[in-house]
Design a protein around this ligand. Structure first.
Ligand SMILES: [Cu+2]
Length: 517
């Protein structure tokens, strides 16, 4: 029964692939993938050794840790150190979110270590932190002396100290390295340790991506993560919060693997739009093909790794994100206090302590505290309505400000000064103008702008061709899997190779009327 079902699934996969074949898709990879798709692993003949070489993993926004070969040993230099990083760049929405975290070799998370099953590896480790640390190789079967647990398997590596880790890798899959100090983990000390099999798993993937999921508690006007807090207001993929996460670029028809690693206090249901995947691996390595299961959301628990694979049959810019609503936000406000609201620094919440439920005076259901704590109706005396989805700019609202005029007016969400009495698009950025509704913005206790566009601040080759305003609703643990037809794919990849970044294209003005629908 299981086999029949599998064959059926393969059959429909072929149907989809057949449709594609009618289009211009004709690249070798595509062909290869389709061939593999209709056979079980056992039925697939060994092809030339070159085609069985695993493709290298791509971890967006994170570099690889370089290595040198010394007498048959791959030698790496890993440096633990404080790292000043940037979750989000400066934009119309406010200043850059700069964070003083801890990481490795200038990166948070650390650079990706990528090796092959059977390799002998040596990691010369140097501690440049102000406190002792060690490195644990999560999931690896190494001799105890290499396990990186202070006091059990090795002494602490003191500040300025060094330690040499050396072992052979006899597994393959998605692993990671991290400090074995809990607070150091919460300061960011983790990195990928990818081990490729000697011959690539079948069906072979054309693209192999990896993202590390992290969460952070950072007080307003502070740059140092609070490692004790249970209220997380910044959520990152490979050290970037949406929309600063770099999209994954895929050619239509390619087989794709995405590897997730989670090190934090929460589990993350990672959801992919528009595509069904199979879960093909865990932190323990490859799952036998007979035990793969389909889904479009995979729960990545703390300390777990999950690999998913799919054939990218549907062109489009597909969201990939944690589906916990609070993890789809940046700088959650009513929980942490004042927020930069369209850059105007509006006060919306009560403060971190109150946001965490610490009531200093009165009670949690009082008229004053209730709404701010999400436990009552109305508006706190110290809180203003804040949604900027529609309606006035924050400058125009608040006590004593007359309500917006009854006549309909359209405004650009990104450029509030652009106003019109007719629908259309913004001549500055091309975004569709939004109808203002008098009073619509005065929703009490609304904690987060759901529309925070910053296209220009995060522009890079990988974002080429995305529609104006694509950044507006990208926050927290969000990125894009861009499945592009061959011509568009080549265009974007050429830009990536050349490092060519151009400002987003403005829409020509004469198109306004057509684009309203
Ligand atoms: Cu999450």
């Amino acid at each position: 029964m299981n086999k029949n079902r599998r064959n059926f699934l393969r059959g429909s996969a072929l149907l989809g692939a057949g449709l594609l074949a009618g289009t211009k898709v004709a690249a070798q990879h595509q062909h290869h993938t389709q061939q593999d798709e209709k056979k079980t692993a056992a039925e697939r003949p060994d092809t030339q050794s070159t085609s069985r070489e695993p493709v290298l993993v791509h971890t967006p926004d994170l570099p690889k840790l370089p290595w040198t070969m010394e007498n048959g040993v791959k030698v790496f230099h890993l440096v633990a150190e404080p790292v000043r990083c940037e979750f989000l760049p400066e934009s119309e929405m406010g200043p850059a979110r700069v964070v003083d975290a801890w990481g490795y070799n200038g990166n948070v998370p650390g650079p990706t270590i990528e090796v092959k099953e059977g390799d002998r590896v040596r990691i010369n480790f140097h501690n440049k932190l102000p406190e002792p640390t060690t490195v644990h190789w999560h999931g690896l079967e190494v001799p105890l002396a290499m396990d990186g647990v202070p006091g059990i398997s090795q002494p602490l590596v003191e500040p300025g100290g060094k330690f040499t880790y050396e072992f052979s890798v006899n597994q393959n899959g998605t692993f990671f390295y991290h400090s074995h100090g809990a607070m150091q983990e919460m300061l960011g000390m983790v990195g990928f340790f990818i081990i490729h099999p000697k011959q690539s798993h079948q069906p072979r993937v054309d693209k192999d991506f990896g993202v590390i999921l992290q969460e952070w508690a950072i007080l307003p006007n502070n740059t140092v993560p609070n490692t004790l807090s249970m209220e997380f207001n910044w959520l990152t993929l490979n050290g970037k919060a949406g929309p600063a996460t770099t999209p994954m670029i895929v050619k239509l028809g390619e087989r794709v693997r995405i590897r997730f690693v989670n090190l934090g206090m929460d589990h993350h249901p990672m959801h992919l739009h528009g595509n069904q995947f199979y879960v093909t691996g865990t932190e323990g390595g490859r799952i036998p093909e007979s035990a793969w299961y389909p889904g479009n959301t995979v729960l990545v628990g703390v300390a777990q790794a999950r690999d998913v694979e799919f054939v990218a049959r549907h062109p489009g810019d597909w969201m990939l994100h944690c589906h916990l609503p609070h993890h789809m936000m940046n700088q959650m406000v009513s929980m942490v206090g004042p927020m930069a609201h369209l850059g105007h620094g509006m006060h919306t919440g009560m403060g971190m302590e109150e946001g965490m439920g610490v009531v200093r005076q009165g009670h949690a259901l009082s008229e004053d505290l209730g709404p701010g704590l999400g436990r009552g109706m109305g508006m706190t005396t110290r809180e203003k309505s804040v949604s900027n989805l529609v309606g006035q700019t924050s400058k125009q609202e608040g006590p004593g400000v007359p309500p917006a005029q009854a006549q309909p007016a359209y405004a650009c969400p990104m450029h509030p000064e652009v106003r019109s009495d007719k629908p259309g698009s913004c001549p500055k950025c091309g975004m569709t103008l939004v109808l203002e509704q008098a009073g619509a913005k005065r929703v009490p206790g609304y904690p987060q702008d759901m529309w925070m566009p910053m296209d220009e601040a995060v522009v890079k080759p990988e974002t080429y061709g995305l529609p104006p305003g694509w950044t507006g609703a990208m926050m927290g643990m969000m990125t894009l899997v861009r499945v592009l037809p061959p011509d568009k794919y080549e265009e974007v990849m050429t830009r990536v190779k050349e490092g060519r970044t151009e400002a987003p294209k403005k829409k020509p003005e004469h198109k306004h009327d057509d684009e309203r629908a």
